[in-house]
Write a protein that binds this ligand. Sequence first.
Ligand SMILES: Cc1cc2nc3c(=O)[nH]c(=O)nc-3n(C[C@H](O)[C@H](O)[C@H](O)COP(=O)(O)OP(=O)(O)OC[C@H]3O[C@@H](n4cnc5c(N)ncnc54)[C@H](O)[C@@H]3O)c2cc1C
Length: 388
Amino acid sequence: MPETVIIVGGGPVGATLALTLQHKGVAVTMLEARAKGAAYQDQRALALSYGSRVILEKLGVWEKLDHQATGINAIHISQRGSFGRSILKAKDHDLPDLGYVLSYGALTQALDETLAAFNGINIIYEAEAQHIEPALDKATVTFNYEANIQQLSSSLLVLADGGRSLGDISGIARETKMYGHDALVSKVECELPHNNVAYERFTPMGPVALLPNGARSFSLVWTGKQEQVAQVMALEDADFLNQLHRHFGDRVGRFLSVGKRLTFPLKLSYLNPVTASHLVVIGNAAQTMHPVAGQGFNVGLRDAYELAQQISSTDPADWGQDFMLQAYQQGRKKDTKRGLIFTDFLVNLFSNDIIAVSGVRGMSLGMIDLIKPLKSSLVRKMSFGSRG
Ligand SMILES: Cc1cc2nc3c(=O)[nH]c(=O)nc-3n(C[C@H](O)[C@H](O)[C@H](O)COP(=O)(O)OP(=O)(O)OC[C@H]3O[C@@H](n4cnc5c(N)ncnc54)[C@H](O)[C@@H]3O)c2cc1C
């Protein structure tokens, strides 16, 4: 029997790891709590960087998504009540696009369809992990499947559950900072065409982003203090659209319609160095970021891709050994840290309404626009992570 990697969680990050390992001939068992296809209708918009597209191209997934993704050719960054603004354009950085907007459901379906062509993978749907026990020679997952409690062990177990499902696991400690802010996400239609421009606007309430999604629509991410977001969440559609117009300004004209609205609390969370043997944590389970910089999902995808390189270049007899896990953690440290610091910096700078800070951020936006190397560096980091 070949050594098998066990992945807990078949969301976009877990499935990307499984697929990359299939390309490398590594056997995988993946446990997924949901039924097959349950996420395909999830309209949550994910912001993919150009670097994430390159990874999905290599894996044969992008060709299934190309027609469903909306390209971002430019990002317009501005601040309410200030003239400072910056425009990042793909063509100034020799990129076909700065990024893409894609639904969570479309990505999950494309990954599942691509995985179906491989026979080195065993996906167990409706299998909910309840506990993970790392030990000296292996890690064991206990899960509920068809009303039975079962166990599987491997010398390498990967946790990609999005970070919300499992309690304490020995050797794993998480630091969490709650911003006290919520994000309201939805899809809105506007009066003016989007021309593939994404808008990021910093307001005293919090950042608000409009990402082009489909022919005429934008995905909206509207953030603010929990009580403020609760207030706009409770508005009737017409009042909501008017308030958004007042809040966002007139760059895309009036807002004509809004889809289903959803809110979730914003937090920054990351793991202290994992000391458990035979266990790796990736994706949102390893780090959760404020959506302001569109970094979280892309860092998770790079976790999956880089871990697969590490696994396939390690002798299976050494899987899960401390030196292997440390090499992986060391390799990912810079990228993760940069994503976390950059995101937290933006949140703190732009959520602070002190006049002096407000002046600085208006100025810094203007400066980003003037200093070409700074802009290029920002675009490279956003596109390719620490390798940019
Ligand atoms: C409500 C919400 C809205 C979001 N909106 C946006 C947005 O607008 N834009 C954006 O860029 N990002 C958004 N994000 C973040 C984005 O969804 C994540 O970056 C991305 O989904 C991370 O992928 P992942 O595979 O690590 O985790 P997930 O997508 O959470 O996938 C985890 C998978 O593990 C499975 N699972 C969970 N627990 C278990 C268990 N115990 N046993 C077995 N399987 C399990 C789940 O069913 C799921 O399939 C949002 C997140 C949330 C929670």
